[in-house]
Unconditional design. Sequence first.
Length: 379
Amino acid sequence: MTTLLVLALALPWLLIGFGCWLGYQLVRQHGRILLRLEALEKGLAARPAEPPRPAPAAPSGLPLGSMAPDFELPDLSGARHRLSEFRGRPVLLIFFNPACGFCTSMVPELAALSPGGRDAKPVPLVVSTGGAEANRQLFQTHAIGCPVLLQKEMEVAAQYQAHGTPVGYLLDETGTLASELAVGAAALLALATAPAPQGAPEAGHAPPSKPAARGNKPVSESRLNRSGLKAGTPAPNFRLPRLDGKELALEDYRGQRVLLVFTDPDCGPCEQLAPHLERVHRERKDLQVLMVSRQDAETNRQKVAKLGLTFPVVLQKNWEVSLRYAMFATPVGYLIDERGVLASDVAAGFDAILALAAGPSVSSNGHQPHPESPLPARA
């Protein structure tokens, strides 16, 4: 009984003592935390302020006036197409992703665009990412009739420095970038409704001078001359590799009249023109035909063998010689006289080049004989 009484009296005091000890420990720990926080605040105040991080750079893209990198991709049915197949028509190149909300929000406006280009508007060409079935369902559901090509990941977009969606470029009919990188649906749709650029404008017609969208410059603001050199201008000399690996310079033909023609093995009108140029080469001893082509030597060797061409063909890597002659299109040509001076303005297209070739011959004594029979017109 005595023991129970002692415990009953001592237990409350023990509980009170334990509570006081626990409270002391909590206050002590709280004090330590406050001291540490104060030390941290003093340390942060003593540190120099870090400069603000620069904002991420806006996408820059490829430079205006550069050649659009060619590519080959399958469409929604699996058939493969190259960008160069659209040469001769302005193109609105759009990089798209069906999983991108910004892309899907522009689908109704994309469906309203003319798939083949109309009223001098560009042809919309969509390069999408993802599975064929997902893209097929999206584009068929909204009745989008423009060409749609599929890249596996972002391999083509990377060539164009297009690291997001939706972004794109306006290309003129020569395959030259006629706008800076357009970012967002609004900028792309503005390019789609702008007047189509002209890589080689006809007389009295000039490229559009109105910018398509904020931050996108039209071709007319480029410093590059795109209308061709004028008659009376000394023909810029060049030295380029032939298909046999040897080199040939334009000045090698000084003292002869030269029909200089710029072509591309993927250009349909160029292929139609080539047999007529071969006839000129065989029949006009007073006129030397010289062709400046593009792409690799093997592709051009196959084309030359197929067409049976015997006149000289030299290769520029991209458009470096075309740049000096102020024309970024094919086929185009110039007539160069014996002194190395342009005897004509630029001739753009099949008929204009044949008109140069069909001009009167010049005899060795400087007299012009009767004109030869005209070359046959294009079938």
